[in-house]
Design a protein around this ligand. Structure first.
Ligand code: BJW
Length: 223
């Protein structure tokens, strides 16, 4: 049985990393147009770096929770059958021992806006940092902002079309294309399950729901 799992910010919430759209989420404190769009970065790169430097520091200090551990366990027992796709830019899946496809990039990689080279991000990035490949001062976080193409989409589509079971864990289903994965998987014949603190606005697209905190529900679902 081929299993495709999509995770969102909710899977890392109990590790202390904020979600985006919940009460007290990041988008209640920051204007997403200023910190998560290429236009915002062009207007004020220092602000955007400040936002991502703080999140990189928080993520580095966080530890995987029982949900990350359970997903890593599932992958270890069925390495050929499970694909883990994450929208998260933290590295908690990896630190729990799982390999994940990071469709929205990573806090721990830097990218050159000019030549597209990537390299390990320093703890603190500034607009003056120069690219190790082309030497231009065009360093940006290697994350996917609104209006940009998510990463690894071809591989993700292939896995979704081959899925027998699709699970979305801790994601609000408000951001595309990830919010459309449930439709793709269902049309391809997969059974679908949403695992979340609450049923989301796209909850009606799923065959079943498991409601509760990921650190409790995911280990039970996996085992
Ligand atoms: C718990 C829990 C616990 C809490 N246990 N659960 C229609 C089709 C296609 C595209 C579009 C479309 N309409 C609009 C678009 C464009 C746009 C979009 O979707 N906009 C929406 C606002 C409508 N999409 C894009 O621009 C994307 N690119 C794209 O479409 O490219 C194609 C293209 C390109 C160019 C030209 C033409 C087409 C890119 C989207 C990039 C998103 N980037 C961000 C920020 C960067 C990364 C970062 O800084 O981290 O990614 S936005 C932010 O949202 C972040 C997240 O990965 C993403 C999803 O959020 P997530 O993970 O779902 O978090 P929340 O907070 O929303 O939800 C948390 C959930 O957890 C809640 O449900 C809680 O209940 C739950 N929860 N605690 C279990 N303990």
């Amino acid at each position: 049985m081929k299993i495709v799992i999509l995770t969102g910010a909710g899977v890392s919430a109990e590790s202390g990393l904020g979600t985006f759209r919940d009460k007290d989420g990041l988008w209640t404190k920051y204007d997403l147009n200023e910190v998560a769009t290429p236009e915002g970065f062009a207007r004020n790169p220092a602000l955007v770096h400040q936002f991502y430097n703080a999140r990189r520091s928080n993520a580095a200090g966080a530890v995987p929770n029982a949900a990350h551990d359970a997903l890593a366990r599932l992958i270890r027992t069925r390495p050929d059958d499970v694909t883990l796709i994450t929208q998260n830019v933290d590295d908690l899946h990896e630190r729990a021992g799982a390999t994940a496809i990071h469709m929205h990039g990573s806090l721990f990689t830097a990218r050159c806006h000019a030549c597209a080279a990537t390299w390990p991000a320093p703890q603190v990035m500034t607009p003056n940092d120069s690219c190790p490949e082309c030497a231009r001062p065009a360093t940006r976080p290697d994350v996917v902002w609104f209006g940009e193409m998510p990463q690894h989409m071809e591989l993700i589509h292939d896995r979704l079309l081959d899925a027998d079971l699709f699970a979305a864990i801790g994601t609000s289903g408000q951001v595309y294309p990830a919010a459309g994965f449930v439709d793709l998987a269902r049309e391809a014949g997969a059974e679908t399950v949403e695992i979340n603190l609450e049923t989301t606005d796209i909850g009606g697209q799923f065959d079943s729901h498991i409601v509760g905190p990921a650190s409790e529900t995911v280990p039970v679902w996996v085992d």
